[in-house]
Design a protein around this ligand. Sequence first.
Ligand code: GH3
Ligand code: MG
Ligand code: MG
Ligand code: MG
Length: 312
Amino acid sequence: MSAPIDQAEFINWLEHFGGQMSSQPASILLVDDDPLASEVYAEMLRANGMTVSVLNDPFNIIMTMERSFFDLVIMDLQMPGTNGIEIAKIIRQHQNHLSIPIVFLSSEEDKQVQMKARQFGGDDFISKRADLDALVSLIHLRVQRARVLRNLIERDGLTGLLNHRRFKERVGHEMARYRRTKLQFCVAMIDVDHFKKVNDTWGHPVGDKVLSILARALVGWVRKTDVVGRYGGEEFAVLLLDTSPDMIFEVMENFRKHFAKMTFDGLGEQFSLTVSIGVAGCTADGDGAALFAQADKALYLAKSNGRDQVVI
Ligand code: GH3
Ligand code: MG
Ligand code: MG
Ligand code: MG
C-alpha cells in the first residue's frame, strides 16, 4: 500500500541515523572460561577491525547482553559447570536475543555434539584449529546478515524509524536505566493535524511523502542519541534522553513552529500542515506504560484544545 523509499536511499538513511550498517565495526561478545586463551582470540579479532568484549563467566551472559549491544556471540563449547549449548539455550529464551548469531568455537570434533550445538540455537560451529581468515570472514558474513534482518524487524519501511514495538522496548530499557542512574528522560507523541485531508485531497503517495519528510525533520531536530519512532500511522514518538519536562517542552514547541513553516508539494500545489504534541517526563514510581499514557493524554488535550500546540 505505502510506497517505501527506494532501497539505496533506505540504507543510506539507516547509516546516517543510527541503523547499524556495514560501516560500523562488528561488536563481538566472546564467551570463554579461559581468560588467557580468550584474550589471545580477542586480540586477533580486534586486529581485524572488530570490537570485542570478553566474558569469562558464562552465567553472566544475559546481564552482559542487556547492558550492551552485540552483533554476534562467539562461544566456547566446554566450560566448567556448564557448556556452550546450555548457554545458547538461555540466550534463545530471551525474545530480544532470538536473532543474534551464535558461533561456537571449540576443539570438539564429535559430529554429534556439533549437530546438537546447532539444534539448540547455534548458527555455526568452527574448530579452534580453523584458520583465522575463515573465522573472520564467517563473522563478517553473519554480522551483515544479522544487521539487515534486525533493521527489517525493528524499523518501519516507509520512514526508516524504529517501529512501535521496538520503540516501546527502548523506553522500557530507559526506564530500567533511569532507576539505576536517575538520569531523567521524556517522551513526546506527535500527531499530524487533519492528516486524512492530505490523503483525501492529493492521494496516498503524497501523504506518504509527508510522513517520510516529517520523520527526517524529527530525526534532524533531536540529538543523535535521542530516539525517534513511528508509533502508528501518522503518529510519531520521540524519546529524549537526559532531559527534563521543561526542556522537552521547549524542544517540541520549537519543532512545532518549525514544522508549521514547512511546505509540501501536492501535485504542483504547495500546502503546509501542523502537528499536535503531547509530552511527559518519566517519574520514579511510573513504568513505561504509564509514561505513554501520560503523553497520550497530553496529546489528546492538545487536539481538543484546537490542535497545533504542545501540551505537557
Ligand atoms: P487529527 O487532527 O484528529 O489527528 O485528524 P487526522 O485526520 O490526522 O486523524 P485520523 O486518525 O482521522 O486520520 C489519520 C489518517 O492517517 C488516516 C489514515 O489513512 C492515514 N494514514 C495512516 N497511515 C498512513 C500511511 O502510512 N500513509 C498515508 N498516506 N496515510 C496514512
Ligand atoms: Mg573451555
Ligand atoms: Mg492526526
Ligand atoms: Mg492519529
